[in-house]
Ligand binder design. Sequence first.
Ligand code: KIV
Length: 272
Amino acid sequence: MSVAKKDYKRITTKSLIEMKANGEKISMLTSYDFTMAKIVDSAGIDVILVGDSASNVMAGHETTLPITLDQMIYHASSVVRAASRALIVIDLPFGSYQSDPKEALRSSIRIMKESGAHAVKLEGGSEIKDSIKKILNAGIPVMGHLGLTPQSIYKFGTYTVRAKEDAEAEKLLEDAKLLEKLGCFALVLEKIPAKLAEKVAQSISIPVIGIGAGGGVDGQVLVIHDMLGMNNEFSPRFLRRYMNLYDDMTRAIGQYVTDVKSHDFPSEKEQY
Ligand code: KIV
């Protein structure tokens, strides 16, 4: 299949809006550290998300709730040092924006100042509209996130598909329109029916980037550890694994252990 692709030196929020208008799909992946972000950026990704999924895949927590603002800034600044082309978006972690708009702005300013990132992402719709307004008024670009919102896991109790019922689907569509009206530059839709996601993407002019939201949206995002197959315990239907790094790395490390134990490593050529 041919891939419509304009050559961008640096992706900006404007580039993403242009991509949607031109029918060019947007590619987005997470990264949390310098080395991974350098590879992801060199491979031509449009957006790097420093997701609060770092709480799961980097720190081993069961949910995204425990990660702190300081920890997100640490991950974000490592990614910013690595990437020269991608737009870099950072998740505001749980507890750094829900209590009031002033705190949301303070957290966003810390992220932008201390990491050098380009935009922030927040989970939620009308209930956080005042925080979104406050952040946008300070000139900080905001990406929305609707559908399955992992920071609310204890409210919903499961990670199953969201907005299957009419009332929730209607609220999601209204929230998407509100986020566009407020001035968000893009929106993530997580784990919702493909038909609803497509309807949202067609109803608003800002790009809609999906994860488990089907092919009718303007772009796709995956967690890098999942798509590289570094984690063999997480296999949702929406995930396409491009490698099986868990097995490859286990094999390589096992071989290293064998080589060290058997005195095979280092050889004559591998010493001074
Ligand atoms: O934290 C994250 O990785 C995310 C993506 C799943 C969209 O929010």
